[in-house]
Design a protein around this ligand. Structure first.
Ligand code: NAG
Ligand code: NAG
Ligand code: NAG
Length: 358
């Protein structure tokens, strides 16, 4: 295992170097607008005013973020933030839906909400959250506001086609639904294969709704190996394996169905440019099967950092910040490889830099 860890460290060093790129890019973004949908992996403050346990607007979250704790579930930037910088949105991060103002909406909105899922009931054990269906309703309302501001429907429709859309959903449909048999019935109704099929069916419908709302350049992240997160390992045990194998197997069923569902959208709609980002492939040279190591912060039973606890000092060589979510350095690695694929498996049919140029 030692050599695998060394490989990851080598990777980190490469990424640290890469991350100087945003400062070199000219102020003009490559696309006029960038919209973000998802869960705690991309939330930048939408849950701050909600009645939920899934909030990150307290220390030690944000310890490496210029503004401190903002509601981001990591020490610094999320991968959606970093992808935004790589796209050339370097002056400001794309604002959260909860606080976005009219002058800001034309550059894009971040709808992400911790605890949210493809299924509406997902995450209800944590409290309120903005499910993907509600995020799409919020997007429709942003489009109405944008139309009023731009005063030309044809122009707005053309404008929306040029934006980049990033989606990141499904982790909570496992963590805060299927894998909690005491709170949810799904594991009694569906086998892992049936559950994956039903999730992808609903997700695919939601992606078509997004297309109908004018999106054409859409990057959809697959799920990472949830069985390798510290909190799932603590909850389920690994039986001598590096990770919880049955969870990773369930997640793989979802990913294997999601990729063809995305190809199908491209086939059905001639002008759709939807792409699948393979989290397993972009995680590490070995596909993420490395023992993750302990989280950086002291975690509660729900996997979140204990408020005001002291985090680890070596955050640039630690994979997980809390019990579920990666550190900023790992987010940088993911963002860089989703943006410019290093292997044909990373992103198909396009990486995000290609999507921007189409
Ligand atoms: C509305 O936008 C379209 C597309 O940009 C443009 O061709 C058209 O002239 C605009 N109409 C008006 C009234 O400005
Ligand atoms: C993702 O990448 C991994 C590792 O390269 C590969 O084994 C897997 O088949 C890919 N998954 C999909 C859905 O393409
Ligand atoms: C950690 O990485 C960031 C870039 O992500 C860099 O700015 C910072 O200087 C690094 N910190 C240390 C202690 O190496």
């Amino acid at each position: 295992m030692a050599c695998k860890v060394t490989l990851i460290m080598c990777h980190f060093l490469v990424v640290v170097g890469l991350m100087n790129i945003p400062t070199l890019i000219l102020a003009q973004p490559q696309v006029p607008c960038y919209f973000i949908f998802g869960d705690s992996l991309v939330d930048s403050g939408n849950n701050n005013a909600l009645l939920t346990q899934a909030k990150a607007n307290y220390p030690p979250y944000g310890i490496d973020f210029p503004e401190g704790p903002t509601g981001r579930f990591t020490n610094g930037r999320t991968k959606a933030d970093i992808i935004g910088q790589l796209l050339g949105f370097v002056d400001n991060f794309i604002p959260p839906y909860a606080t976005v103002t009219n002058p800001e909406i034309s550059k894009g909105v971040n709808y992400g909400s911790g605890g949210a899922g493809i299924r509406d009931e997902t995450g209800r054990n944590l409290g309120d959250r903005i499910s993907l269906n509600r995020q799409l309703l919020n997007h429709a309302s942003i489009i109405s506001r944008l139309s009023l501001l731009q005063r030309n429907k044809t122009f707005t429709n053309e404008y929306l086609k040029k934006c980049i859309y990033v989606l990141e959903m499904g982790s909570n449909d496992y963590i805060n639904n299927y894998l909690m048999p005491n709170n949810y019935v799904t594991s009694r109704i569906y086998t892992p294969d049936q559950y994956a099929a039903d999730l992808v069916r609903q997700y695919s419908k939601q992606l078509r709704t997004l297309y109908n709302l004018g999106a054409r350049k859409v990057a959809v992240f697959g799920l990472s190996l949830i069985g390798c997160t510290p909190t799932e390992i603590a909850r389920f045990g690994t039986e001598g394996q590096p990770c919880v194998q049955r969870i990773n197997d369930a997640v793989e069923l979802f990913n294997n169905k999601l990729k063809p569902a995305i190809d199908e959208i491209n086939t059905n709609f001639q002008d759709a440019r939807f792409t699948f980002i393979n989290m397993t492939s972009i995680s590490t040279p070995e596909g993420g099967l490395v023992p993750p190591g302990p989280p950086c912060c002291q975690v509660r039973s729900d996997g979140q950092c204990v408020p005001n606890s002291i985090p680890c000092p070596n955050r640039n060589v630690t994979i997980f910040y809390d019990g579920f979510l990666p550190t900023e350095i790992v987010n940088s690695l993911f963002a860089a490889r989703a943006y410019v694929a290093q292997s044909p498996m990373d992103a198909s049919p396009y990486d995000i830099s290609q999507l921007a140029r189409l």
